[in-house]
Design a protein around this ligand. Structure first.
Ligand SMILES: [Zn+2]
Ligand SMILES: [Zn+2]
Length: 353
């Protein structure tokens, strides 16, 4: 049996670097050799035991790699050695949900999210990709691994916050939380042509990063009432679109309270427990607001579009990569990332480093 190195989840706060069986593709599947991957806030939830996955699973859902082996039926579309990215969400493209346009919900709720959730993920030397024809996105030669590393998940997710909110030219947009996802939502608001972009986060460095990424103004919710400030900045109305990028009751509520009547609250956060919408925030249910939720859009066409934005200099997310590690050091990188120590934003993991 051929083996590979991988980071395996064994239980709450227990991830280990181990030798495991190297995957082999069957028809329609591909195996890629991972050249770069990263750690997501969702992985932190998993390891802390806040989102259950089965022990023995390889985590990680943000793969950049090179095609190593192709299963039957893919010869016409791909060749071994091609550099690819794969979205965190890998829709089949054929089920009820996919054919109704809800690709992330492939086969059922959250079903498009497979890597590091229901099947082995990207924290490994090799990764098996199912439904490869719908999901392997070839990386243009001009782009480095690090330039595309944020695309499989956080860029796709963050930017989708602005897309789902249907941000229009000249809209005022307020984004709650400026972690990696919130920063990408700020980028999305700018790309969609927003006028005033308000970035809300208690951490000064994150507000500064938000300004770099297109925010007009940063608001510190610890120092002032963010809802009042947003209303003041929008002639008392509230923002046209608000985006929630944290997954807490407080930010959900603030995002709802600061969207104008007839506006859209676009939610990206991952919530737990109960979520409450105060009646006055939705004008007793008569405010004509829309609340939309989005799970990261995936599939190769989404990845191609995001790579086009990078290749043509519309987006540069490399400033988000603040630390670099080898695969062996992933538990150490995880510790740093989960404690948000040393000003970390995102880490890059290079298996061959
Ligand atoms: Zn993620
Ligand atoms: Zn499907």
């Amino acid at each position: 049996m051929e083996t590979m190195k991988a980071v395996v989840f064994h239980g709450v706060n227990d991830i280990r670097v181990e030798d495991v069986a190297r995957p082999r593709p069957t028809a329609g599947e591909a195996v890629i050799r991972i050249t770069a991957t990263t750690i997501c806030g969702t992985d932190v939830h998993i390891v802390k035991g806040e989102y259950p996955v089965r022990p023995g699973l390889i985590l990680g859902h943000e793969p950049v790699g090179v095609i190593d082996e192709l299963g039957e039926g893919l010869e016409a579309d791909y060749t071994v050695g091609q550099r690819v990215i794969v979205g965190a969400i890998t829709p089949c493209g054929q089920c009820f949900y996919c054919l109704n346009g809800a690709h992330s919900q492939c086969h059922g709720p959250l079903g498009g999210w497979r890597f590091g959730n229901t099947i082995n993920g990207a924290w490994a030397e090799y990764l098996l990709v199912q439904d490869a024809r719908a999901n392997l996105a070839v990386v243009p030669d001009a782009l480095t691994d690090e330039q595309v590393l944020m695309l499989p998940d956080i860029a796709s997710t963050g930017i989708s916050g602005a897309e789902s909110g249907n941000v229009r030219l000249g809209d005022s947009v307020a984004i709650f939380a400026q972690g990696p996802i919130g920063l990408c939502a700020t980028v999305g608001a700018k790309l969609r042509g927003a006028g005033l972009i308000i970035a809300v986060d208690p951490i000064k460095e994150r507000r500064e990063m938000a300004r770099r990424f297109g925010a007009s103004i940063g608001v510190d919710p610890a120092a002032e009432d963010a809802v009042d400030t947003i209303k003041r900045l929008t002639d008392g109305r509230g923002a046209d679109v608000t985006i929630e990028a944290l997954g807490r009751q407080g930010t959900f509520e603030a995002a709802l309270r600061s969207v104008r009547p007839g506006g859209t609250m676009s939610s990206l956060g991952v919530y737990s427990g109960k979520l409450v919408a105060p009646y006055e925030a939705i004008y007793a249910g008569l405010g004509d607001q829309r609340i939309v939720t989005t799970l990261c859009p995936g599939g190769k066409e989404r990845m191609r579009r995001l790579m086009s934005m990078v290749q043509h200099d519309r987006v540069d997310l490399t400033p988000l990569v603040t630390h670099r590690f080898a695969l062996d050091q992933l538990p150490e990188a995880f510790d740093l990332f989960s404690r948000q120590a040393d000003g970390v934003m995102k880490v890059a993991i290079y298996p061959r480093r």
